[in-house]
Design a protein around this ligand. Structure first.
Ligand code: 26Q
Length: 821
């Protein structure tokens, strides 16, 4: 590579921003890259050509960013995540490069409709839900606030499955997002690494080998090859890299086996390697402990660590300065094995002594926790861990003995406390606790909302927190306002600009300037008109997709997120059934016309979640066919909810359902997206809802239900759901209707088990919160009748949500954890 400043090659001419120039660039790419002329081009070809035209401009800025990072010689951030839920990139990149309007004009000159081709871009759905989407928002915000950062992950061939609904049941189908190629990515074969599994460990030989230096001889080796995607920050200020690894067999045809006639054996080896990066594991109700998942975690952690160390040595020469130049953020425990991998590299490859290696490791890593659910905390059976990663198992034991000795020295930790601090869970089958490993190996451990962070200190990490009281800190989540306001809600974006100018485009907190407009009736009307247009757009899409007819005049009440019992789609459905009952009993009351929309995927093995989807469809069928509630209540399950669907549904929402059992949703981020788009939230005091209430004001959010503390108290003090059910006629009727087969005449017992769970233990407090939720919904009805007041509250939400920009979150990480700004 030619170092900067000594280049003798001519630089490309600076690109112009002009529709005519752009149109020419698009046609050039169509001709010379795709090999077609404008008359032969199919819509997909146009999309490809447009992406290449945008990409080339991104690349100019990418190269500049790389030079800048190099010259600054500063600390870099490495964001390790098994998930990046990016969605589409075309509009995002064009908008951030400030060429979206010109692109639209250029395409118009060519007779191509930008919206039509934009819809052809597949979603990059390399994630399950909130955690993966947060990583995507963070990548964009890190580029925006000028943090030199690399995202590291896996290039899954099959990301999140496509959900079809067949006879009301979820069916999972593979999504082939790479079928037409991926014009955003660059293969970097020169940056490949070898990754080992299994085998034996011997003491290292050689005179100057340290006592901790070992030689690991894996039986199985695969190659990790990266694909780089540029991520453009707002106004193209900085372009960072998302580096995703793919697995390949060492020798694609294993010549010796092949020559020996064992063709199948050779292919089996190759399939085994490629299987590593084939599928994204679904977030399940529990961490199942699948061997392939641990292989994925190690594969990507090792490749990323080798890459980070290689880059560090290339730039800075000495491994000892790694913590000054690299901040590695672990997105949950999924990459926690990286802690042991860095130790292995320091001990075995660089010959450091143990304390020195541990000191470097603990100054390099920081860890974000995203869940308190005990069943979702990752742990691996010791025998599996040991067989796959024998050297790492030794390191875990060695770290553990020091950790426990430290706790004993500190005093105040009885055997039980020592047991919870240990990296090994000794209750039953011995398991490696990845949360404790990540905690022990990090200088910072953060939760994702104020409440969640407090609960971390009191529950899962109580004893580790006592031992290391300064490590846990809070970083409340945020979302990127470029994608989740400016791009997805063009109408609202323009309305805001017209009112308060452009400042909010660079500083989301400037949305506050909108506050005085909340009580301005002319502005309220414009706001409602924008909302109405967004509802019409959603209505049209749903007519086209699922042949649903939903009236844009009705209140759009939306719950979209992964299907999980703690998120309580079931509470919403039980309330829907109860409302249906009440409307039929009292048709004379002036009910607010409502459309209840549900969307979300269930993990394929999560029985109750799949049953909840089926129930939504069953309730929809009955309600939507009953003339008694025509025009007053409609229910629709929207299939295959994904990032692109969210971009249409969120701007169209009047009411956002954020109704998890208090204490169980770490943060939520959909809650934030709805509120900045002018929906009112009906929600519990859970996750970031608590802080949203503080920001938008208690009058502008509808809060109901038990607090986390009350949930805890009830669970501890022998809560009897039957008592609550006995006291609520509405609840009793709704539960009985569902359990007795009113909505499932073809299989009357279908929901017996589901409802039985509420009647017997009600772990998720559906019965306990029902009356409070139902009353809150009736307050919503009353408020809806006053459209001016409704608009006022909605506008206050838009004006006061600026703090929830992921730019703010990233600045906090950058200044308080990574120390890079
Ligand atoms: C673990 C082991 C094996 C297989 C899969 C998994 C796995 C995968 C994904 C476990 C969990 C996840 C995803 C978790 C997640 O999305 N958590 C959400 O993170 C958001 C961002 O912080 C929060 O807003 C949500 O509250 C939290 O639920």
């Amino acid at each position: 590579m030619t170092p900067k400043g000594q280049t003798t090659l001519p630089k490309p001419a600076p690109r112009q921003f002009d529709p005519d120039v752009l149109a020419r660039e698009i046609v050039e790419r169509l001709t010379y890259r795709i090999g077609k002329d404008a008359t032969a081009a199919q819509p997909h070809d146009w999309l490809h050509a447009v992406i290449l035209a945008i990409r080339d401009r991104v690349i100019d800025a990418w190269i500049d960013s790389t030079h800048k990072t190099y010259e600054e010689q500063g600390r870099r951030v490495y964001y390790l995540s098994l998930e990046f839920l990016i969605g589409r990139l075309m509009r995002d990149a064009a908008s951030n490069m400030e060429m979206l309007d010109d692109m639209q004009a250029a395409l118009a000159k060519l007779g191509v409709e930008i919206d039509l081709i934009a819809a052809l871009e597949p979603d990059a759905a390399l994630g399950n839900g909130g955690l993966g989407r947060l990583a995507a928002c963070f990548m964009e915000s890190m580029a925006t606030v000028d943090v030199p950062a690399y995202g590291y992950g896996i290039r899954y061939v099959n990301g999140m499955f496509r959900q079809e609904i067949s006879d009301g049941w979820q069916v999972e189908l593979p999504e082939t997002w790479l079928a037409h190629g991926n014009p955003w990515e660059f293969e970097r074969r020169e940056a490949s690494y070898e990754i080992g599994f299994g085998g034996l460990v011997d003491p290292a030989e050689g005179e100057d080998s340290g006592p901790h230096q070992m030689h690991w001889n894996p039986t199985e080796r695969v190659i990790a090859t990266p694909y780089d995607t540029p991520i453009a920050g707002w106004r193209g200020k900085r372009i960072n890299t998302l580096r995703l690894w793919t697995a390949q067999p060492i020798d694609p045809i294993l010549l010796d086996k092949f020559n020996a006639g064992d063709h199948l054996g050779a292919l089996a080896e190759s399939n085994r390697a490629e299987a590593l990066t084939r599928v994204l594991y679904p977030a399940d109700s529990s961490s199942a402990g699948q061997e392939l998942r641990l292989r994925q975690e190690y594969f990507f952690s090792s490749a990323s660590l080798q890459d980070i160390v290689r880059r560090h040595l290339q730039y800075f020469g000495s491994i000892l300065t790694l913590p000054d130049k690299a901040a590695i953020q672990l997105n949950d425990t999924h990459p926690a094995v990286a802690v042991a991998e860095l130790m292995r590299i320091l001990l075995d490859d660089h010959g450091l002594d143990f304390d020195e290696a541990w000191d470097i490791t603990r100054r390099t890593f920081s860890y974000t926790n995203h869940t308190l659910l005990p069943e979702a905390l990752e742990s691996w059976p010791v025998p599996l861990f040991e067989r796959l990663l024998p050297r790492h198992m030794q390191i875990v034991y060695a770290v553990n003995s020091r950790l426990l000795a430290e706790a004993r020295r500190a005093g105040g930790f009885d055997d039980q406390a020592i047991g919870t601090i240990s990296l090994i869970d000794e209750g039953g089958e011995r398991r490696v606790r990845m949360g404790n490993l990540a905690f022990a190996g990090s200088y910072s451990i953060n939760g994702v909302s104020a409440l969640h962070t407090d609960l971390m200190k009191e529950t899962v990490f109580a004893d580790l927190h006592r031992l290391y009281p300064t490590r846990i800190n809070n970083k409340t989540n945020g979302v990127t306002f470029r994608r989740w306001l400016m791009q997805c809600n063009h109408g609202l974006f323009e309305l805001i600009r017209e009112a308060i100018g452009d400042r909010f485009m660079d500083d989301a907190e400037a949305l506050r300037d909108l506050d005085p407009f909340a009580t301005d009736s002319a502005f309220q009307e414009k706001f409602l008109a924008v909302k109405r247009a967004n509802k019409v757009a959603l209505s049209n899409l749903l007519r086209q997709r699922v042949n649903a007819r939903i009236d844009p005049a009705a209140l759009y009440d939306i719950q979209i997120k992964r299907i999980h019992e703690y998120k309580r789609q079931l509470l919403n459905l039980v309330e829907t059934v109860s409302l249906y009952d009440q409307i039929r009993s009292h048709p004379e009351k002036d009910w607010a016309p409502r459309v209840k929309l549900f969307g979300g995927k269930a993990a394929s093995s999560y029985h109750n979640a799949k049953l909840i989807i089926k129930l939504a469809g069953d309730v929809a069928r009955v309600v939507n066919h009953d003339p008694a509630v025509q025009g007053l209540l409609k229910v629709q399950f929207v299939p295959n909810y994904n990032v692109s669907m969210a971009e249409v549904m969120i701007p169209a929402a009047d009411l956002s359902e954020q109704i998890s059992t208090a204490g169980m949703e770490a943060s939520g981020t959909g809650n934030m997206k709805f509120a900045v788009n002018g929906a009112l939230t009906i929600g519990t005091l859970d996750g970031a809802n608590v802080e949203m209430r503080d920001h938008v004001g208690g009058d502008n959010i509808i809060i109901f239900g038990l607090t986390a503390q009350e949930v805890n108290g009830k669970r501890a003090n022998g809560y009897v759901p039957a008592d609550v059910i006995g006291q609520s006629k509405e609840l009793r009727q709704a539960l009985n209707a569902i359990a007795s087969g009113v909505f499932s005449p073809d299989d009357p017992d279908r929901y017996k088990g589901l409802i039985d769970g509420i009647q017997t233990h009600d772990w998720f407090m559906v019965a306990a919160d029902f009356d409070s939720y139902s009353a809150a919904q009736r307050r919503v009805d009353t408020l809806w009748a006053d459209q001016s007041l409704w608009a006022q509250k909605a506008i206050y939400n838009v004006a006061r949500m600026g703090w929830f920009s992921s730019d703010r979150t990233i600045r906090e990480y950058a200044t308080q954890i990574w120390k890079v700004l």
